[in-house]
Design a protein around this ligand. Sequence first.
Ligand SMILES: C[S@@+](CC[C@H](N)C(=O)[O-])C[C@H]1O[C@@H](n2cnc3c(N)ncnc32)[C@H](O)[C@@H]1O
Length: 232
Amino acid sequence: MESDDILSSISGGRVLDVATGGGNFIHTLMDELKDYTEIIGVDNSKNAAAAFSETFRKQKNIHFQLMDAHHLDFGDETFDTVCISNSLHHLDPEPVLREMKRVLRPGGLLVVSEMYRDNQTDTQMTHVLLHHWWAAVDTVNDIVHRETYTREELMQMIAKLELSDVTSVDLFDLSDDPKSPDFLEQLDSVFESYIQRAEGHPELQARGEELKTRVKEIGFHSATTLVAMGRK
Ligand SMILES: C[S@@+](CC[C@H](N)C(=O)[O-])C[C@H]1O[C@@H](n2cnc3c(N)ncnc32)[C@H](O)[C@@H]1O
């Protein structure tokens, strides 16, 4: 299933994308929401700010604000739609989700999109294991990055928000060649950079080498993403 199947009937209104990075998920929102009036992306990284501003410089109704997701600098009930994508495992998820609900108007839509680690095929497990290795390398470099959650853990976090009309879909695409030479070549440079960043941690460097072999032997598909949403 494509995410447009679930977003295409939704008028986003005033939209907030939390931990937006360079705004990847905003492209999805722009393409797939029925319409929207304004999108604000927030992130606490200055690099994200620069990438975002460059990408959306021509869009007058898409803005960035530098901000910690745990303390959103917006009034209560000021957004129609509030989203977070692939970032809960970079944050303290429950306080962030509560902040997201606080700034959402009654009846507004909260959207969580996050890859998870269980119930994956072998080729998708390559992504999960790679992700866990990236998280471990980031952690030794003092960057907050956890392993991804299980689907059930994510659904429990969402249940605690006591939203109404909660729906969820699992998005995956296993149609690409899992051993695509172009993709494997791209991954090589990612391996090099993470093996370098793991300097001084031979066990992490060895894990990277094992994963390089796994990618070649088993192949790679992106892990399934849970998209869950509900109304305040
Ligand atoms: C994996 S990226 C996801 C970016 C984007 N949402 C996407 O789907 O591609 C995680 C983002 O979380 C941001 N982040 C981490 N901690 C944060 C915090 N405390 N407040 C705001 N953003 C944070 C990082 O700077 C990074 O841009």
